[in-house]
Design a protein around this ligand. Structure first.
Ligand code: HSE
Length: 404
């Protein structure tokens, strides 16, 4: 028997218990052992819930029980999650977690402790919900030098942008819907401002490039400024707007990473990743293109990924599963050096004035928005764009990057 303790009986924690109970037989068969939930830790009581029988309020019960083999951390946040996880690993218990904030901040240290003790610290559910992208980067794409990861990594904002685009919904209304469906973080600012996607691309990039990308180094912009009018322009161009989290190797050993809304054309494999779905595009030097797609948030998809880690850890109770992630830092290039095309909406200026600054540009007019127009620049470094756009002063309404 493999005994597990689930820390947190919220959306994901209750999902983990549900998944283990629903698929008990097949999970045990795959693990080669009986997975038994010995404890669930939560400060709250759940009268009438079957979990009552194994509910504890004090972590000491779990920490001091040598029969607990695997700790499942699904509380979220840094503390007390970090203290509990570190303590579990130091006492020889494997840990799996859905907590991207914890992995992005303390991943290298926690992985090192697990490695030293021949146990495991796994975090499949921390990125892409139910999509097995971490396992793919760790175990499948090992023949490649990865040179790009671009993902729609936040289900809440993807759901919001999709509803804004297809139904013309208001920002606040769709945010409430996403929260009600259990997609959003406890504080949805993390979704809307791109912080959640930022931590996820930091984790994926660290695994893909084998060095630690500090999420604090990643340029991050959210979707709070995206309006229904921007969506109208996107439609006119045959494009859509998505919040992308991306990292790329440029030339020999330089990298950049960012999270920002992008205009995407129909030729992009991420164009049709709609609703709460996530998609991760990976380019490898020998593989070429690969796309991973699936349910990116919500109780059961996330729980499915957590339980897959439990199964993996049960199969490797005293053997560390290697990861290609060192504590050596991954340094990013200056954002001013990152090149791309820029979509800009302007009011109170003319095409001639714009072209005097940027040269020939692609112009977009919308009948329903008289008195303004938009243009798309040619390919240029961001530093050059910033110098040029300052010449247009207050006439600039919005800028959105274009995904090439
Ligand atoms: N709030 C996150 C999202 C949950 O919307 O993607 C899954 O990490």
């Amino acid at each position: 028997m493999v005994n597990i303790a689930v820390l947190g009986y919220g959306t994901v924690g209750s999902g983990v218990v549900e998944v283990i109970n629903t698929n008990h037989k097949s999970i045990n068969k795959r693990a080669g052992d009986d997975i038994h939930i010995k404890y669930v830790l939560d400060l709250r009581d759940f009268p009438g819930d079957p979990v009552e029988d194994v509910l504890v309020h004090d972590y000491e019960v779990i920490a001091n029980d040598p029969e607990v083999d695997i700790v499942v951390e699904v509380m979220g946040g840094i503390e007390p999650a970090y203290t509990f996880v570190k303590r579990a690993l130091l006492s020889g218990k494997s840990v799996c977690t859905s907590n991207k904030a914890l992995v992005a901040k303390h991943g290298p240290e926690l992985m090192e402790i697990a490695r030293e003790r021949d146990i495991n610290f796994l975090f499949e559910a921390s990125c892409g919900g139910g999509i097995p992208i971490i396992r793919a980067l760790n175990s499948s794409l090992t023949a490649d030098e990865i040179d790009e990861i671009t993902g729609i990594l936040n289900g809440t904002t993807n759901y919001m942008l999709y509803k804004m685009s297809t139904e013309g919904c208001e920002f606040d209304t769709v945010l409430k819907e996403a929260q009600a469906k259990g997609y959003a973080e406890a504080d949805p600012t993390a979704d809307v401002e791109g912080y959640d996607a930022c931590r996820k691309i930091a984790i994926l990039s660290s695994l893909a490039y084998g060095r630690f990308l500090n999420y604090e180094d990643i340029y991050t912009e959210g979707i709070a400024k995206i309006t229904p009018e921007d969506m109208e322009y996107a439609k006119e161009l045959g494009m859509t707007i998505k919040l992308l989290a991306t990292s790329r190797r440029v030339g020999d050993g330089s990298f950049y990473a960012m999270v920002a809304p992008f205009l995407l054309g129909q030729n992009s494999p991420l164009f049709s990743v709609n609703d709460v779905f996530n998609g991760v595009f990976v380019h490898g030097n020998v593989l070429g293109d690969a796309m991973f797609y699936g349910s990116g948030a919500g109780k059961l998809p996330t729980a499915s990924a957590v339980v897959a880690d439990v199964v993996d850890e049960a199969k490797h109770l005293h053997r560390n599963i290697m990861t290609n992630w060192s504590s050596h830092p991954l340094c990013l290039m200056d954002m001013k050096e990152v090149a791309g095309r820029f979509f800009v909406r302007v009011k109170g200026t003319t095409v001639d004035q714009v072209e005097a600054v940027f040269g020939k540009v692609e112009i977009v007019n919308l009948k329903q928005l008289p008195g303004e127009f938009a243009f798309i620049t040619s390919h240029m470094k961001q530093g050059e764009y910033m110098d040029k756009i300052s010449a247009l002063g207050d006439s600039v309404l919005t800028m959105i990057r274009v995904k090439d």
